[in-house]
Design a protein around this ligand. Sequence first.
Ligand code: SF4
Length: 350
Amino acid sequence: MNNRDIIRRLETEHDLSREEAVFLLNTLGDKDEKLLADAARKTALDQFGNKIYIRGLIEISSYCKNDCYYCGIRRSNRNAVRYRLSEEQILSCCEQGYALGFRTFVLQGGEDGYFTDDRVCAIVRAIKARYPDCAVTLSLGERGEQSFRRLYEAGADRYLLRHETADRTHYEKLHPPQMRFDNRMENLRLLKSIGFQTGAGFMVGSPYQTTENLADDLLFIKAFQPQMCGIGPFVPHKDTDYRDCPHGSLRMTLILLSVIRLMNPNILLPATTALGTIDKNGRELGILHGANVVMPNLSPQEHRADYSLYDNKISTGEEAAESVALLAEKLKAIGYEIAVGRGDYQDNTN
Ligand code: SF4
């Protein structure tokens, strides 16, 4: 087994075994790393040209009933500042985003009982009525079949629910017993079967993570075939037990972005905020390693700091939706431009 052969197989067959994944992640040297990145970038260019999709992220609630051990807005964090956006505030974010050129709005929040199906459906309908040319993405956690169906019928197009880790034992180390690995996976399956363009994803370098765990994440993404996959480095939060854990590595995140691109050529793959948080060029590097989506922050400025999933989360500069011109400039400097339109997943496998 050698990495050149594995990369060649990734390029031509878009596949790799668990054993190959572990070998690659453990032994990839600088030269082959460049080969991998070049192959991933070329694959993304073949699929999407030099166009990068933008999504306007609106963080609607920092309340959450869950207590994921790594998360800064987990229920038991008394230091977290809690807020919720009203429907009017959310619509005003959309108005601002629409004027800036966004055609996808991502409503993200903790699992907050205030946002009942009735409330979220009303918000989705209001956005779709005002902006029929826009896609609405929801990222509101595990809500179960009935809720997902209602949200889909109200017009939501996409749903993001990171699986976090495809390994049950590892999942249990990151979550309290009330949160079940099987539920997470079942919710993901439901989303896809209902018809949502579905996003899964995982953290890189989370506590207790092994290379084998990452290999399983890669194989899970390949088998589940989500339309989107969000991966970013784990970044510790000061009010969690993992405060002293090191953040996930830039290098490993970039390698995994490239492998995911090669395994799933047409997947929508964001260069995440967490990547931009650990390195000021993280987002551009992500794109140069095969990512094709960025999600600048459209939340009201006064609440951005409060949606503190991890420490030092960036929300200014090109991470802020209002700085879309700056983002366009940064993309241009590396040979890319912002795509016009919703940027739906294209199933071109047939
Ligand atoms: S990771 Fe999500 S579900 Fe878990 S505590 Fe944080 S906001 Fe809640």
